[in-house]
Design a protein around this ligand. Structure first.
Ligand code: TRP
Length: 362
């Protein structure tokens, strides 16, 4: 079986470190592993509109931001197909047929949808499009016969929903679709990177993000004002590691060689943590180290972005070509789906002959 990746992001803002460690970095590694037959990376503008229907301009403006972020972290259009969801009508068609295979109560039980409804205060006035986006996500994934979907942990319920739809479709209409597997980050800190304020998740609306496109100075400021241990007041006080986001970020980003380079007094992260817990290690020193680690990771990304920004029409051309390629693939799947559902009347010579015979006999 071909190994195919599909994944994507809603274009509602620039991408941040949470996206980076939760999914982007992994995608680049997978892309460069050469192990995959095809890789599709989707800018999910249609999905973004399900909760931004009144603000299409926001979605429109952020397409290029997400594309620039993709390319600057190292997604390569020669190896990965970058495309825009709304340019593929096949995804709407598939969603429409899959809707018959999902119950309202099943959608209501989706934990991600539930928490998003709360977050957006939708409660009594949930847009139908938003409510059904897990179904459209199943269309996104199955349209490419994806076998692997590298995403953040919050997308687990979407993948469960997709698997159920695939099983149900294959059971009702015969083996057609492929059940995908989710690929989560293996590092615990990367699974759910907290915001710089220590809140559960990096989120644009909370203003606690470090963006991939932030300037060196912005990153430094954000790191220096990060939430640590509120009880660690004087340097000599013992400090807590749990819930201290400077250490969570180090768990996510720091490599052994960073110590040799920036903090040679410590052998590794465990030694640094031990000293912090014991007391005698100040937040500023740890933050300066984290800043050095992050700047090293972000500098090449920022530099590539600067280059790409010089030729924006070229970035749109990449998206257009990617969308054309993705369109052809999704069209192939839609044809198979319609054949399985027996709604391909004009290609069905048997049906036409059968009907003709029936009427001749009358
Ligand atoms: N729901 C994803 C997000 O919020 C975006 C997305 C849409 C997606 N369709 C997808 C991700 C299919 C993986 C596979 O970022």
């Amino acid at each position: 079986m071909a190994k195919i990746i599909l994944t994507g992001d809603r274009p509602t803002g620039r991408l941040h470190l949470g996206h980076y460690v939760g999914s982007l970095k992994r995608r680049v590694d997978l892309q460069n592993s050469g192990e995959f037959d095809d890789i599709f990376i989707m800018i999910a503008d249609a999905q973004a509109l399900t909760d931004n229907a009144d603000n299409p301009e926001k979605v429109r403006q952020n397409i290029i931001e997400v594309a620039l972020d993709y390319l600057s972290v190292g997604l390569d259009p020669a190896k990965s197909t970058l495309f825009i969801q709304s340019q593929l009508p096949q995804l709407c068609e598939l969603s429409f047929y899959y809707m018959n295979l999902v119950t309202v109560s099943r959608l209501q039980r989706n934990p991600t949808v539930k928490s998003e409804i709360q977050m957006r205060n939708f409660e009594a006035s949930i847009p139908v499009g938003f409510f059904t986006y897990p179904i459209s996500q199943a269309a996104d994934i199955t349209a490419f016969m994806a076998t692997i979907v590298p995403v953040g942990e919050d997308q687990l319920p979407m993948l469960e929903q997709t698997k159920e739809i695939v099983r149900k479709f294959n059971q009702v209409y015969g083996d057609t679709l492929i059940e995908p597997d989710i690929l989560l980050p293996d590092n615990k800190a990367c699974l759910r990177l907290p915001g710089t304020d220590g809140k559960a998740k990096m989120s644009k609306s909370l203003g606690n993000c470090i963006y991939l496109s932030d300037s060196e100075e912005d990153v430094r400021k954000k790191v220096m004002s990060m939430y640590t241990d509120p009880d660690h007041i004087r340097v000599q006080d013992p400090g807590r590691i749990e819930g201290n986001c400077v250490f969570t970020y180090l768990d996510a980003f720091c490599k052994p060689e960073h110590f040799e380079k920036y903090l040679p007094d410590y052998e590794n992260l465990d030694a640094l943590k031990e000293h912090y817990k014991r007391g005698g290690l100040g937040d500023v020193k740890v933050k300066k180290f984290l800043n050095a680690v992050l700047q090293e990771e972000l500098a090449p990304i920022r530099a590539r972005r600067k280059e790409l920004e010089k030729d924006i029409p070229a970035v749109y051309r990449i998206l257009k070509e990617g969308s054309e390629k993705a369109y052809a693939v999704a069209e192939g799947t839609l044809r198979k789906v319609k054949e399985a559902m027996k709604i391909n009347y004009f290609d069905d010579a048997e049906l036409i002959a059968e009907q003709a015979k029936k009427y001749q006999e009358q």
